[in-house]
Each structure stands twice: as structure tokens, then as C-alpha cells.
Write a protein that binds this ligand. Sequence first.
Ligand SMILES: [Ca+2]
Ligand SMILES: [Ca+2]
Length: 164
Amino acid sequence: MQQTILAILGIFCVFAVAQQIHCTSPVRYVVSEFKANWFRASEYCFYRGMQLAIVKTPEEHRQMVEVSKDSHAFSNDSFIAWFGGNDLAEEGIFIWHATGERVRYANWRPGQPDNYGGDEDCMALMNIPASGWQWHANDGPCQNAHYFICQNINDPFRRGVTTF
Ligand SMILES: [Ca+2]
Ligand SMILES: [Ca+2]
């Protein structure tokens, strides 16, 4: 009886440790090798076992920028890459596509999102210094082909562990 309890306890502890490691694993961002529209970009991230990047904090934004600067897609003049939010379901309400959560933080350039031309629904990271874009978020036309940024999947919503 005691051995059974110890065995169950052991299994639970291993599970708990595994969960802890999973919970605290850092967000890792990867810039694509090719350009695609926002939808294909999202599909490709899933296909590779990842998701189009979610950026919830200034620190995660900084990490995404660092990875972008180190990528082959980077140039000093112009860098544009899709990441994981859009307002396709309801204009002006941005949602992280991979989790369904509302976008509560983004490093929008002042004046953005502007839904320019009535046709800008997908989130892109933009650095075009000559035009005043300095690693800002922009809403852009989803059908445009850009590089894109995937991340490892470590969101609790995708593990079935929710807090509500
Ligand atoms: Ca829009
Ligand atoms: Ca815009």
C-alpha cells in the first residue's frame, strides 16, 4: 500500500516537474526563410509545429526584434514581417489567432492601427527608419507577401490548462 502511494506520488512529481519546465520555457522566435501572405504564414508555422508569433510584453517584443536583426531577412533599409494578430473577425479588435486571446499589448507606431484604405487587418513588425518605422507594429493588408515570425508553442491555452 505504502509503495503504491509512493509510486503514485513519484509519477505526480515527475509530471509536475515536467509541467514546470514547460511552463517556464522561454518564448523562442524564428524568422521565416521565405515570404508569404498572412494566412499562408500562419499555416506554415502550424505545419512546422509552431504558431505565428504572439508578443505580449515589451520584453517579448525586444526578443522578437533581436531575432529579426539576426535573421537573413534583415536589411538596414527595410524589414517587414507578419506576426500573429489580426482584426478580421471584428474591425478594430485585434486577436491572437493561435489562442483567440485579445491583443492587449503591441508596440504600435503612434497613429496605428489605422486600417488604411479599409483593408488592413493583419499585424506586421516594421522597421523602415527613413519612413519613421522603428520596429513598430502595423496593421497591413493580409494578402501582401512578407517574411513572418513563428514561435514555439508554449501557451497554456494550447495545453488545455486554463485559469478560468
Ligand atoms: Ca482592420
Ligand atoms: Ca496600418
